[in-house]
Design a binder for this molecule. Structure first.
Ligand SMILES: Nc1ncnc2c1ncn2[C@@H]1O[C@H](COP(=O)(O)OP(=O)(O)OP(=O)(O)O)[C@@H](O)[C@H]1O
Ligand SMILES: [Mg+2]
Length: 579
């Protein structure tokens, strides 16, 4: 995005609702800026009428004017800072909300490429850069531009030739400043990327703290983090040095210009062509020209680094959602008894060139239970991801009750499923909230029934605050089996026509598993059910068993038939039931 596009986008999407406040702040900034010109202007009567002229009345009004100008400066400065701070925070919040909402529409492939830590840094850190824009760039721009204009007017009024001498070197700065800006933008971009890497490392370290401690790799992790920090510091330092070099350059040019005026103007005063007051006003005003000029120079650095951040935000916002609802969604299949699921020549890979599912075709009969078994990595969970449209097939199609999944509204489609996933995410809320997930249409009795059926009632009873006990960050206050039962209770309450169970009882002890399995069997009655299981005992009674190997279905049939075939399934059975 070019700078102009970026600014237009900021204006249209974020600044416009605030345009009146923004305008007011700009006016206040210009007033504050203009006070610099006014002050330097007051130096002339101070010298010529008071110090040299010796007029006692002039002392009073000059003093009063100086006091008044300072008061005005204090008041305008305070108010525009408050307005801009508020505006900055509001805009940051709005942008973060937009980023979050957009990221929530993106699919698996995006989240495999962008780890949570880096996304947190990008949502928070990079959109937070707007704060800089509001408090430093815009504020300095409004104030310093106006002080620059006001003092330039004063110095030109005093003596245009002096002014020319003083600023003669400024155009020379153009090229070096442009080069520095490019450097700052490039290094800022790298620094932002490095900051995101840092955040990723921290996220992985804090989430994996148990693994780190058990394996004794604390030092290694701390070292790796330090290296990531060093990479960030290196880039950030280059960006900061580049930013600081711009005002430094302006200082050098200012020094040369002022020395020139001092020599030239000094002779004129000695010769009696100019008054001391004129010279002092000029000198002070000129110093005041370079001050805002220096700050404006610093702005260009700040803008470049803000831009690097905003570019990254825009990039996120422009990542297209690949899995979306169609413009005109097909009606949701209504007949709960006829929810057959069909895969037709489906092939799929995670975008890395490796085919995970190859030409898969099968139908899960409505109201029946279809089991999927096969070695780890065969593609079983992937199959569920395609069913819930966490990803779309590369070729072929999947239908529910004859309708292509892609023709349905995403929300409607996902509403057709109750899912117990292989690794359910729990949130840092109470167990009750984790089961309900925001639903308000569930009675206490229904909740209790689901908790009981999921065999969670014993667990809940033993907890100090029962259902209102917090589950801990990511559910870490619960055991693996307890977490799984929370997921099962969720699914039981959902009452959706299709049931997807991925190793739903794998973390339970034998006794709990039998009881939960009973509840799930009851739930699956009349529902189209797909079950993934490693423990073959749980799928024995399935209406159809699909045996998967390396992304293909290699055998299919009922348990007895498959055993009779004496193939892969029969061998798996022998292994498991031999014990
Ligand atoms: N997000 C992903 N990105 C890239 N590859 C993936 C991703 N998820 C899974 N895979 C790959 O796809 C293949 C199938 O994975 P899948 O999770 O479907 O296996 P599975 O049959 O469910 O195995 P398990 O029984 O261990 O759960 C694996 O080889 C895995 O490496
Ligand atoms: Mg799996």
């Amino acid at each position: 995005m070019t700078a102009a596009q970026l600014i237009r986008w900021l204006w249209r999407d974020y600044l416009q609702p605030w345009r009146w406040w923004f305008g007011l702040a700009m006016v206040l900034m210009s007033i504050e800026g203009a006070t610099v010109g006014a002050l330097s202007l007051l130096v002339k009567p101070m010298f010529d009428r008071v110090f040299v002229g010796g007029s006692p009345q002039a002392v009073l009004w000059v003093a009063a004017m100086v006091g008044g100008v300072f008061l005005l400066r204090a008041l305008t400065g305070l108010s525009h800072k408050i307005i801009m701070a508020r505006l900055g925070e509001r805009i940051v919040a709005a942008m973060q909300g937009d980023v979050l909402r957009h990221l929530l529409t993106l699919d698996q492939s995006f989240y495999t490429r962008h780890p949570p830590g880096s996304l947190i840094e990008r949502t928070r850190g990079d959109s937070g850069a707007i704060r800089n824009l509001a408090s430093q760039v815009v504020a300095a721009l409004g104030r310093d531009l106006s002080s620059l204009i006001s003092v330039l007017a004063v110095v030109l009024w005093i003596d245009p030739v002096w002014t020319l001498v003083a600023v003669a070197g400024v155009p020379l700065l153009l090229l070096p400043i442009m080069a520095l800006q490019r450097l700052v933008r490039k290094t800022s971009r790298k620094a932002r990327a490095a900051a995101a890497d840092n955040a990723t490392r921290l996220d992985e370290i804090y989430h994996g703290v148990t693994t780190i401690q058990i394996n004794g790799i604390e030092t290694r992790e701390a070292d790796r983090y330090r290296q990531a920090q060093n990479r960030y510091i290196r880039q950030q330092m280059r960006a900061e040095a580049g930013s600081a070099a711009i005002p430094a350059l302006i200082d050098i040019v200012a020094a040369i210009g002022l020395a020139g005026v001092l020599t030239y103007g000094g002779y004129q005063i000695v010769g009696g062509e100019k008054t001391v007051g004129e010279f002092m006003t000029f000198f002070i005003a000129m110093a005041a020209v370079f001050d805002p000029l220096r700050r404006l120079g610093a702005i260009s650095g700040a803008w470049q680094s803000t831009r690097a951040s905003l570019d990254r935000v825009v990039q996120l916002l422009q990542t297209p959602a690949r899995i979306t609802s169609p413009a005109q969604p097909a009606p949701v299949p209504a007949d709960r008894g006829r929810m057959d699921l069909a895969f037709e020549d489906v092939s799929f890979g995670y975008g890395d060139g490796v085919a995970v599912l190859r030409d898969l075709s099968f139908t899960a009969e409505p109201g029946r239970t279809t089991a999927i078994v096969g070695p780890s990595g065969a593609g079983k969970t992937t199959l569920f991801k395609l069913l819930t449209r966490m990803a779309d097939p590369d070729t072929g199609r999947i239908t529910v009750a004859g309708t292509d999944l892609r023709d349905l509204d995403l929300g409607d489609l996902r509403g057709l499923y109750s899912v117990v996933a292989q690794d359910t995410a729990l949130f840092d809320e109470t167990i009750r909230d984790n089961i309900l997930l925001g639903r308000t249409d569930v009675t206490e009795a229904q909740l209790a029934a689901a908790v009981e059926a999921a065999h969670l009632d014993g667990v809940v009873a033993s907890l100090p605050r029962g259902l209102d006990t917090p589950a801990g960050p990511r559910g870490s206050a619960l055991s693996g089996g307890q977490r799984q039962r929370v997921a099962i209770a969720r699914a039981l309450l959902r009452d959706a026509p299709i049931l997807l169970l991925d190793e739903a009882t794998s973390a339970l002890d034998a006794a709990s598993e039998r009881m939960v399995q009973d509840a799930l069997d009851r739930l699956s009655r009349g529902r189209t059910t797909l079950v993934i299981a490693h423990r073959l005992a749980t799928v024995r009674s399935a209406d159809m068993i699909l045996v998967m190997q390396a992304g293909r279905i290699v055998e299919r049939g009922r348990h007895d038939d498959l055993v009779a075939q004496d193939g892969v399934y029969a061998q798996l059975c022998r292994l498991q039931f031999a014990e």
